[in-house]
Design a protein around this ligand. Structure first.
Ligand SMILES: C[S@@+](CC[C@H](N)C(=O)[O-])C[C@H]1O[C@@H](n2cnc3c(N)ncnc32)[C@H](O)[C@@H]1O
Length: 341
């Protein structure tokens, strides 16, 4: 067990001892937010909010993540400050009127983001398959994805953010049944037409939200998110939800961009995150109860695509089965941000 020094505790308490900072702690336990978004939620000036954020970050209670011209803040994940932040959040009254109002405003910020993304996809449903191959050689990515499934017995596959259903089409020969989930009805219309055209009788698509999959826990052998996570405002929560629907020993495959600096993708293509690095992906996987496997990178210029794979942790007495046959590890004892409030 880790013990913190009295100084650690005192520093954390000093940093948190303010109404706005307590509110910020709770907000940052529910996702990753920019200063602009936090300013909208709190209804305070940006310099003021920035000052509070700096104090919390300096004390290790929050984590600051610069990414291109944006900076995200989230609750710290490790160290004395993270433990303090977690414990404080547990003590805060979620039914306090100020906290309730913050949550409502946070929901409005989420809705705004969601509307922007939905509009973007609705406008591009028809041309998506052409658009998606703009940056990397998709055939290489698709071959790498297929090879992960070759010779494996996957009876139920979930394709989260299925878009035009391309992943289902690719993997249908390797699976018993495939379900594609997407929030955009326009994308689903194209996906249905594609599945119909290719007579894929073992695949279906349905509307749904990757943060709240209306699916039973443990009901899939594998799940894929292909170029979906960089649209997520809370990637960690998406991974927790995907892990939930996997059976123990089931596999998660995330295909997305490595960290990059192509800022225009935010402006022109509604990307929220400029790719990911291995360490953050590992932390999210582990927090979701997934064992991290060695990632595979497909170098591109300027965008590199990475296949991150993970296996839902099986209790030690069960057998080891992983896409890359790496040993399974227990995830760290960390609570899930998305469940805090
Ligand atoms: C870039 S497309 C990728 C589609 C597909 N995976 C592919 O590679 O062709 C991202 C997809 O994620 C979907 N999406 C975005 N946010 C979502 C959410 N909250 N729940 C479900 N789908 C979502 C979009 O509608 C879009 O179809």
């Amino acid at each position: 067990m880790t013990t913190d020094s009295l100084d650690d505790v005192l520093n954390g308490l000093r940093a948190a001892a303010d109404m706005t900072r307590l509110r910020l702690l709770l907000l940052c336990a529910q996702g990753e937010w920019t200063v602009t978004e936090l300013t909208q939620i709190l209804g305070q000036s940006q310099p003021r909010v920035s000052r509070h954020l700096k104090l919390l970050t300096d004390a290790g209670l929050l984590q600051r993540m610069p990414e291109g011209s944006w900076v995200f803040y989230r609750r710290a994940r490790s160290g004395a400050g993270a433990r303090m932040a977690r414990n404080l959040c547990r003590m805060l009254p979620l039914d306090d009127p100020t906290v309730v109002l913050d949550r409502q405003r946070l929901q409005m910020v989420r809705e705004t983001r969601r509307l922007q993304a939905t509009r973007y996809f609705a406008e591009r449903a028809e041309s998506w398959d052409r658009l998606r191959s703009l940056y990397v050689d998709e055939t290489k990515v698709e071959a790498a994805l297929q090879s992960l499934f070759e010779g494996r017995s996957v009876s139920r596959l979930l394709d989260v953010g299925t878009g035009t259903g391309r992943v289902l089409q690719l993997l249908s020969p390797h699976i018993g049944f495939g379900l594609g989930i997407d929030q955009s009805t326009e994308m689903l219309t194209v996906a249905r037409a594609n599945l119909d055209k290719t007579s894929l009788r073992n695949c279906q698509v349905r509307q749904g939200d990757m943060y709240h999959l209306a699916l039973d826990a443990g009901s899939f052998d594998a799940a894929v998110l292909h170029h979906v996570l960089h649209f997520a405002d809370d990637p960690a929560a998406v991974l927790v939800e995907a892990a939930r629907v996997l059976r123990p020993g089931g596999h998660l495959v995330i295909i997305d961009f490595a960290r990059h600096d192509q800022e225009h993708l935010r402006r022109d293509h509604a990307h929220r995150r400029l790719g990911f690095d291995h360490d953050e992906m590992r932390l999210w996987f582990e927090a979701a109860g997934l064992a991290f496997n060695e990632p595979q990178s497909l170098k591109g210029d300027p965008l590199t695509v990475v296949l991150w794979t993970a296996t839902r942790v099986v209790k030690p007495s069960l057998t080891k089965t992983s896409i890359t046959d790496t040993p399974l590890t227990e995830p760290p004892d960390e609570d899930r941000e998305s469940q805090v409030a």
